[in-house]
Design a protein around this ligand. Structure first.
Ligand code: MLT
Length: 336
């Protein structure tokens, strides 16, 4: 047994202390972003990156990879679940195939304003959807972008009635609720990955699609689309998700930093929509897009979608009780 002198013991103790005091290596996390620059996804991601750097005292940073560089939105959910991707920002409708309960946020004409979206996502129901998504999909929602209503765009003609829609080939995400909604309007839509949509519009494989103004702008759809109809069937909510494997590998302090950065980014996203949407709409008009409202305050679209899609899809989102909780929280009449 080696007997250390008093001096050696104090040197050894100092060395241990120095080792434990060495800060862990800084980490740069990768954040997949489905959309291009200038939209709500980038705004959420940039606010998150800044807040994470600040919360972690510069130890952690986040790098955004825009325009689906790290894969199509739905593929990024699987990549994050298996731990090969750190974070992703994507539309909620592209999480629904992995976590059906979040479909309550995609059911047509349920979320009818930014206030509704914030109330649900930031309240008790939102927390339950986060928990379900960890369980179902292996990813944790830590922030929310609010992007505005998904308006319909197309390259062929102005649309204001359900009759005008007939004959148009419309791309939708691979999301059953959205497919059923178009079917309720008499249209058989074309389900397609987000990453393929611009090319399909450009090559006229499809005539139209729907997404918020901020997304149409970020994706430069004005280059390949002419007409916009102000549908309000889905208010687009776009979560920031973290791989649950990665989250669980972080210390409690780091987890709190990530969560706090997510909360700060959510608030920034809320402001971004309020300040930017009207400006972006004007910009799209100045680039030649023509905007119209649905006839008769959208009543025909609303009645067809709610009377068909709600009963058909209600079980997939957790049943009548789940939908009624959301409706009641929003001060609306429950379904019978
Ligand atoms: C989609 O249409 O697939 C998504 O809403 C696109 C997006 O994330 O902006």
């Amino acid at each position: 047994m080696t007997i250390l002198s008093k001096k050696m013991r104090s040197v050894a103790a100092a060395a241990v202390l120095a080792l434990t005091a060495v800060p862990a290596l800084a980490t740069e996390f990768k954040v997949a972003v489905g959309d291009g620059a200038g939209g709500s996804q980038e705004a959420l991601g940039a606010a998150f990156a800044a807040a994470l750097a600040e919360q972690s005292g510069g130890k952690h940073s986040a790098k955004l990879f825009l325009n689906g560089q790290l894969g199509d939105e739905q593929d990024t959910v699987s990549a994050a679940a298996t731990g090969t991707l750190d974070f992703s920002i994507l539309a909620i409708n592209n999480i629904t195939p992995f976590s059906p309960e979040v479909g309550t946020l995609t059911l047509p004409y349920v979320i009818m304003s930014q206030e509704d979206a914030e109330k649900i996502t930031q309240g008790e129901i939102g927390q339950e959807l986060i928990d379900k998504t960890i369980e179902n999909a292996g990813v944790r929602i830590i922030g929310w972008a609010y992007s505005g209503f998904r308006v319909l765009s197309n390259s062929k003609k102005p649309v204001s009635t359900v009759a005008d829609l007939q004959g148009l080939v419309v791309r939708v995400p691979k999301n059953e609720i959205m497919i059923e909604t178009y079917k309720s309007w008499g249209v058989n839509p074309t389900p397609m990955a987000w990453s393929e949509t611009f090319a399909a519009l450009q090559q006229k494989v499809v005539d139209g699609q729907d997404n918020p103004y901020l997304t149409i702008y970020a994706m430069k759809f004005d280059e390949v689309q002419k007409y916009i109809t102000n549908l309000r069937y889905i208010f687009s909510i776009e979560p920031l998700i973290i791989s649950e494997q990665l989250f669980q590998s972080l210390s409690a302090e780091e987890q709190e930093q990530v969560l706090e950065a997510g909360r700060i980014a959510t608030q920034a996203s809320s402001e971004f929509l309020k300040t930017e949407e009207a400006k972006i709409k004007e910009e799209l008009v100045s680039r030649g897009m023509e905007i119209s409202d649905p006839a008769n305050d959208e009543q025909e679209f609303i009645e067809l979608a709610t009377s068909t899609v709600w009963p058909k899809m209600i079980d997939s989102v957790g049943g009548k009780e789940a939908l009624n909780r959301v409706l009641t929280e929003l001060g609306r009449d429950p379904v019978q």
